[in-house]
Design a binder for this molecule. Structure first.
Ligand code: CO
Length: 151
């Protein structure tokens, strides 16, 4: 089921999201709905608070693949990249953000199995952007020259 993507100004986007403790059907439904919502919106990533659920779960859909991460933590980062960014919760805008060039993230899948992923380039950017959502941070907080785009 496609869920509504909440927009900037909604306080749920500013919450410190709670860790997932139950790897149950409710989580699976949330993640299935997020995936459907993300695909329909043709975005690079989506965090649970963006569909109004302040829990620590994100998805990233990039060239390298589709990654679903529950309780993700960045354990190391390296380098720096500066580039354009947007957000499904900040429609019609883009800005330039500096992020790490490489990150290693440890996370659970929807069944509670722990994995790690090393992401580089745009994938690293997407991971950092989505993880920021879990702490109530939007890219516009970090961006230079946020401007209107035709979308
Ligand atoms: Co976003």
């Amino acid at each position: 089921m496609i869920r509504e993507i909440v927009q900037v100004g909604d306080p749920v986007l500013r919450e410190k999201c709670k860790p997932v403790t139950r790897f149950d059907g409710e989580l699976a439904k949330l993640l299935d709905d997020m995936k459907e919502t993300l695909k329909a919106a043709e975005g690079a990533g989506l965090a649970a608070p963006q569909v109004g659920v302040p829990v620590r779960a994100v998805q990233v859909d990039v060239e390298e693949g589709f990654f679903e991460m529950v309780n993700p933590v960045i354990v190391s980062q390296k380098g720096e990249q500066t580039g354009p960014e947007g957000c499904l919760s900040v429609r019609g805008k883009a800005g330039t953000v500096t992020r790490p060039d490489k990150v290693k993230v440890v996370f659970s899948d929807r069944n509670g199995n722990r994995y790690s992923l090393t992401a580089r380039g745009f994938c690293a950017r997407a991971v950092c952007h989505e993880l920021d959502h879990l702490d109530g941070v939007l890219y516009t907080d970090k961006a230079e020259n946020v401007h209107d785009v035709n979308d």
